[in-house]
Design a binder for this molecule. Structure first.
Ligand SMILES: [Zn+2]
Length: 341
């Protein structure tokens, strides 16, 4: 046993981990944005990496989304989606990610006339090739909750021919006035089609507690994205703990869209036995991939190395892989810790 007394960046980066809350469109780094704009002949207001970085400024979910969606216009061809996912997967591998379940937002592209097949095709091609450098990658289709339920339903049906390439469905974008119940029928149909289910329950929303109750009791999700507001409600904490539902927390992202990274809440839930996991959300915009998120939380909350190991183990336990694969990854973690010098 060679656990360092406090978790170092090196220990965290090498620790085998799963990433469960990652938006592929949120991995659009400034240099790739410029490359794709040029390749596709798309005029964007910025012409240097510095100018793109300067445009990535926000202090709330709404102000972030106002920058986020227009940036996606540079994604047009199957190759563009491949390049975006491939670049992320290389970074994830360097951060010790062994398994990733990646969100993508088809509606943000199909509304611009991009064929669904090109979006999923490019992303899947990159995911399949990631096995070559040790990353097992899967896709989760997210519906945009500020679009209509009918649009989500149409997107779900469009996904059916690609069902084998998609592990589950999620719900993202602006939660305000777009509660989970709006999509109850779409998610029931997704369950029928054989998809696993998750939904965003963003931080400090109007009606956060009621929305989290809906996702658990009415929708019957298999995981919750963010969801740390349960800390305000002991009954919900107990429900989430008892059901073994994973929470996909994103500390660095929290610090951009709210006043802090919510480390107190995240650590309280972790210590209460909730399956808390740490993830990067939209790392190109928030400036931190998954290892940086572990490090930020560990430093800010004074986590022990053993707690960091628990977070990594939780990431596999909350993932949508087989029990056999989970056991193999947990063994990998134990071996890594035992051999760490
Ligand atoms: Zn998210």
């Amino acid at each position: 046993m060679a656990l360092p007394s406090s978790p170092t960046r090196e220990f965290i980066a090498g620790l085998p981990k799963a990433e469960l809350h990652l938006h592929l469109e949120g991995t659009l780094e400034p240099d790739l944005k410029l490359t794709l704009a040029q390749r596709n002949g798309i005029e964007i207001p910025q012409s240097t990496v510095e100018e793109v970085e300067a445009s990535y400024q926000f202090d709330s979910l709404a102000s972030f989304l106002a920058v986020y969606y227009p940036a996606m216009d540079v994604l047009v061809t199957e190759q563009d989606f491949y390049d975006l996912a491939h670049a992320y997967l290389l970074r994830a591998a360097a951060d010790g990610v062994r398994h990733v379940e990646m969100f993508f937002d088809p509606q943000a592209h199909t509304v611009r006339g991009v064929p669904f097949a090109d979006v999923v095709g490019g992303y899947h091609r990159a995911a399949a090739e990631a096995a070559d450098f040790g990353v097992d990658a899967e896709l989760i289709l997210c519906f945009l909750r500020d679009h209509s339920a009918e649009s989500a339903a149409a997107t779900l049906e469009a996904s059916a021919p690609f069902k084998d390439l998609i592990l589950g469905v999620g719900l993202d974008s602006d939660e305000r006035d777009n509660p989970p119940a709006k999509f109850a029928a779409v998610f029931a149909r997704a369950r029928e089609l054989g998809y696993l289910l998750t939904m965003h329950c963003d931080i400090d929303q109007v009606g956060s507690i009621e929305n989290i109750r809906q996702v658990i009791e009415d929708i019957g999700v298999d995981r919750i994205d963010h969801g740390t507001n349960i800390v305000e409600n002991p009954e919900l904490v107990e429900l989430v703990r008892a059901r073994g539902l994973g929470l996909t927390c994103c500390p660095v992202s929290n610090s951009f869209v709210t006043s802090d990274m919510k480390s107190t809440e995240i650590v309280e839930l972790l210590r209460a036995g909730v399956k808390v996991t740490i993830n990067s959300d939209d790392p190109a915009y928030f400036g931190g991939y998954v290892a940086a998120n572990y490090m930020a939380l560990a430093e800010h909350a004074g986590l022990s190395s053993a707690e960091v190991v628990t977070l990594a183990k939780n990431s596999f336990e909350a993932s949508w892989i087989t029990d056999e694969d989970k056991a193999a990854y947990l063994e990998e973690i134990d071996a890594y810790v035992a051999d760490f010098v």
